[in-house]
Design a protein around this ligand. Structure first.
Ligand code: CS2
Length: 502
């Protein structure tokens, strides 16, 4: 298309009338929030809430400065620079309705590898009141089985020994907090927006464990002065595809990195901030005193549900979540997993109808306009499954009548997936996991030791020693490793084994 308009500050007024624009003066916005990890999710979620808020005068102190710590963020830096940190958010409803917005809440972006000190200075700046994080489940550097900080990680060791040349989030936060303490300034709130239960508590524990290695006095000061609210975040945000860029091109806009997301969005936050906070509730978020029941419900149903479809669907040869859940057997398997293996573990939630929540989840997964790839869902499974799924199996094993058949089939499927790395038709799977090599070499021993995969005790804890579990797991492995695997037949058989809940 000719006459396409490049997305940037100067061109905002030239964009087509049906695009929602940041109708506030961005030059007046200050960065009260520094956000580490500017992935698609942050751009579809928190940055959208802030954008919404900035539309009401009086909130100018709550703009966002994005930070990319990874060398992989170089491309994002270039686009952010070119586009004055503006990007389009394409919101796709299940009925085909599409809303196109330009989000203006990010006012600056720092690419850490090119200037580490600039990032430390920004974090230490007096305007910075909240440092928010989407660094993925793996970024918190805890051992999934023990929940303790992993001091064997090489980058962490590097940061402990080189405080002025950090690589990890912990190194940066520590350098900035130290500078603030020395300058007699207040600390900041560290707000995790990742899918970890008690993400604030976890962030605090990990950060203090790191600082303890460097400066015990600083650690005590941070424990006293910083705040770490827990929160539950939710919005399905698939990976941006060329089709999303083409969609905007068709509207006459040249945006090199738009974000697509579903219409649903939720953010439940514990109101625990040490230096003030944006009134996110005015943009649709919810403040609560205890987020525990919300986060458990979301992680154990939505995120685990994704993993169930992700692993089984990958072996079947499906490519996306909507494709998987539109198969009636997959939908039944998912719903039975939710109803019989997860729901009995969830606390009562005042004002939330769990049946309705699960119905909505299935509808969201089925949204045909959100092509959420199974490759994205299965990405970094080793950091996700211990919290999303293995915790459910462990809790069920502790209960007298807990059911584990379906989740165990998924775990055994993860073994097959890591071992063979192909679907049941022999097509290669795209696997990306920090632990990929170890997962593969361990799973590859299954032929001689059916329980070999469970030897990864950092992930599975002591499940290998639990006879009730290993019996179910071994049966699943036997069926999965048969010639001419038919995963659907196996899912059907497994469903038949699930007992009726009384
Ligand atoms: C997904 C999440 O990464 C995953 O496995 O389950 O990214 C999920 O889409 C979001 O948490 C939705 O809020």
């Amino acid at each position: 298309m000719t006459n396409m308009i490049d997305l940037n500050e100067q061109n905002l007024a030239l964009l087509p009338a049906d695009i929602e624009l940041p109708n506030y003066d961005r030059s007046k916005v200050k960065a009260g929030i520094v956000h580490i990890g500017v992935g698609g999710f942050h751009r579809a979620h928190q940055a959208m809430y802030v954008d919404q808020l900035l539309k009401t005068p009086g909130n100018e102190q709550w703009g966002i400065c994005g930070v990319g710590l990874l060398e992989a963020n170089e491309g994002l830096r270039d686009v952010m620079k070119k586009q004055d940190c503006l990007y389009s958010l394409i919101v796709r409803h299940p009925n085909g309705k599409v809303e196109n917005k330009v989000i203006g809440s990010m006012i600056d972006f720092l690419y850490a590898p090119e200037n580490k000190q600039a990032v430390i200075d920004k974090l230490a700046h007096s305007d910075t009141k909240v440092v928010s994080l989407t660094i993925t489940e793996g970024g918190y550097n805890f051992n999934p089985a023990t929940g303790e900080f992993d001091l064997t990680n090489e980058e962490i060791l590097h940061d402990i020994n080189n405080p002025s040349d950090p690589k990890t989030t912990f190194g940066y936060l520590t350098a900035a907090l130290k500078a603030r303490k020395e300058a007699g300034m207040p600390a900041f709130t560290v707000q995790s927006c990742d899918n970890i239960q008690h993400n604030g508590v976890m962030t605090k524990k990990m950060l203090l464990a790191f600082i303890d290695q460097c400066d015990v006095e600083l650690s005590a000061w941070v424990a006293q002065n910083a705040a770490f609210p827990n929160g539950m975040v939710d919005r399905i945000t698939p990976v941006t595809t060329p089709a999303d860029i083409a969609h905007l091109n068709d509207l006459g806009i040249n945006d090199e990195w738009p974000i697509t997301c579903e219409a649903f969005t939720q953010w439940v936050i514990e109101d625990d901030f040490c230096q003030g906070r944006p009134n996110w509730d005015q943009a649709g978020a919810q403040f609560v005193t205890d987020v525990t029941p919300f986060e458990k419900m979301k992680i154990r149903l939505l995120n685990a549900g994704h993993s169930v479809l992700g692993l089984l669907g990958s072996i079947h040869g499906f490519a996306t979540i909507d494709e998987s859940v539109s198969d009636p057997l997959f939908a039944k398997f998912l719903r039975t997993f939710m109803d019989k293996e997860v729901t009995p573990l969830l606390d009562n939630l005042d004002g939330i109808d769990l049946t309705e929540y699960k119905d909505t989840l299935i509808e969201r997964f089925a949204n045909p306009n959100i092509k959420d790839s199974l490759a994205r869902i299965c990405l970094e499974s080793s950091a996700k499954l211990p919290k999303f799924l293995i915790a459910t199996v462990t809790e069920n094993l502790e209960k007298q009548d807990g059911q584990i058949e379906l989740a165990t089939l998924v775990l055994a499927t993860w073994c097959l997936y890591s071992d063979k790395q192909v679907d049941q038709n022999g097509n290669a799977l795209e696997i990306s996991d920090q632990m990929a090599e170890l997962l593969h070499s361990t799973a590859a021993q299954t032929a001689t030791d059916k329980l070999a995969f469970l030897g990864l005790t950092d992930l599975f804890g002591d499940l290998r020693d639990n006879d009730v579990f290993t019996q179910v797991y071994e049966r699943a492995i036997d069926s999965l490793y048969q010639d001419n695997l038919n995963i659907m037949a196996l899912m059907q058989d497994t469903l038949a084994l699930e007992k009726e809940v009384v």
